[in-house]
Design a protein around this ligand. Structure first.
Ligand code: IPM
Ligand code: MG
Length: 358
């Protein structure tokens, strides 16, 4: 089969980590008899520099001509929050999610066996294992609600950000979570703030209705503040965690931290039709850009998620994941995950090692 993949290399370490993912994809293509062709898509701070806006006209349309999108990272201090919206890389990312209808963001957080020592939690907690899938709603809520900024008579400027959710939006992300749980350990924890927010009360009622349709899946409600606490107290209790956009943004950073390296975690953003978007959860790390220091594993594992969720190539996905584990088991480390004082390899070498194991 031939698959066409859009590459958004982006800013900072983005281009370097995408290169290594492409190296691994090409190895997968050779081994399994697929051909991957790539289409470069300009987006992010680099697009602002080149054409004056972070989300050039036609970006989504170009991505839609492809079967999937692989993104390195966008952002950097050069295009900060003092810049107009159309120049900021984050604006582009949010617009792409919306324009491609990517309402489901899957962020797996698992402790890789070779890196159990990197877990910052107590040993007895780490030994119970971490293998959870954060399912974050990605195109609704406060990220996309109406915003306001106005003068008041006596309190200076006041701003508002509206958080809105419809039954339709909650139901479709909920179904994704229950379906995923069926392929895993059959547990769903739905995270909300139903003791305060009306959107959360609707969220909870829709989830309860879905839970009845999936009686084989064990369901629980967890308040978001309690979830933040449980993630560090005993993350082994979680299988699939489903939540709204902003809670998911915050909790997925926490979930990534407890696995030891943000440089290892991939993500998938999918909707009801192609293309899905695959990206590491880390940012553009401008401080180490261009120095061959970045860990390409999160992007390589994002390519594995692409195989699984967009192309339904389970063996190819497993081949990538097993190659990563094998290289880590041999002791190879990039600087971010190396023991203090230990010898580390660079971005390219790590990519070559993983590609060679395919
Ligand atoms: C993420 C990021 C983005 C988000 C930013 C860069 C807009 O933090 O993907 O988690 O908040 O969704
Ligand atoms: Mg985030």
């Amino acid at each position: 089969m031939n698959y066409k993949i859009a590459l958004i290399r982006g800013d900072g370490i983005g281009p370097e980590v995408v290169n290594e993912a492409v190296r691994v994809l090409d190895a997968v293509g050779r081994k399994f008899g697929h051909s991957f062709t790539y289409v470069d898509v300009l987006m992010g701070g680099c697009a602002t520099d080149a054409v004056g806006k972070s989300y050039p006209d036609g970006t989504a349309e170009l991505c839609k001509t492809c079967d999937a999108v692989l993104l390195g990272a966008v952002g950097g201090p050069k295009w900060g929050s003092d810049k107009p919206a159309e120049q900021r890389p984050e604006t582009a990312l949010l617009a792409l999610r919306k324009d491609l209808g990517l309402y489901a963001n899957l962020r797996p957080a698992a402790l890789r066996p070779a890196l159990a020592d990197a877990c910052p939690l107590k040993r007895e907690t780490a030994e119970r294992g971490i293998d959870l899938m954060m399912v974050r709603e990605l195109t609704g809520g406060i990220y996309f609600g109406k915003r306001g900024r106005y003068e008041t008579e006596d309190r200076g400027v006041e701003c508002t950000d509206l958080m809105a959710y419809s039954e339709m939006e909650i139901e479709r992300i909920g179904r994704r979570a229950f379906e995923l749980a069926r392929l895993r350990r059959k547990k769903v924890a739905s995270v909300d703030k139903a003791n305060v927010l009306e959107t959360s009360r609707l969220w909870r009622s829709v989830m309860h209705r879905l839970a009845q349709e999936y009686p084989d899946v064990e369901y629980s409600d967890v308040l978001v503040d309690n979830c933040a606490m449980q993630l560090v107290r005993d993350p082994s209790q979680f299988d699939v965690v489903v939540t709204e956009n902003m809670f998911g943004d915050i909790l997925s950073d926490e979930a990534s931290m407890i696995t030891g390296s943000i440089g290892l975690l991939p993500s998938a953003s999918i909707g009801d039709s192609a293309p899905g978007l695959y990206e590491p959860i880390h940012g553009s790390a401008p401080d180490i850009a261009g120095q061959d220091k970045a860990n390409p594993i999160a992007t390589i594992l994002s390519a594995a998620m692409m195989m699984r969720y967009s192309f339904h190539l389970a063996d190819e996905a497993a081949a990538i994941e097993n190659a990563v584990d094998a290289v880590l088991a041999e002791g190879w480390r990039t600087p971010d995950i190396a023991e203090p004082g230990a010898q580390a390899v660079g971005t390219q070498k790590m990519g070559e090692l993983i590609a060679a194991k395919i």
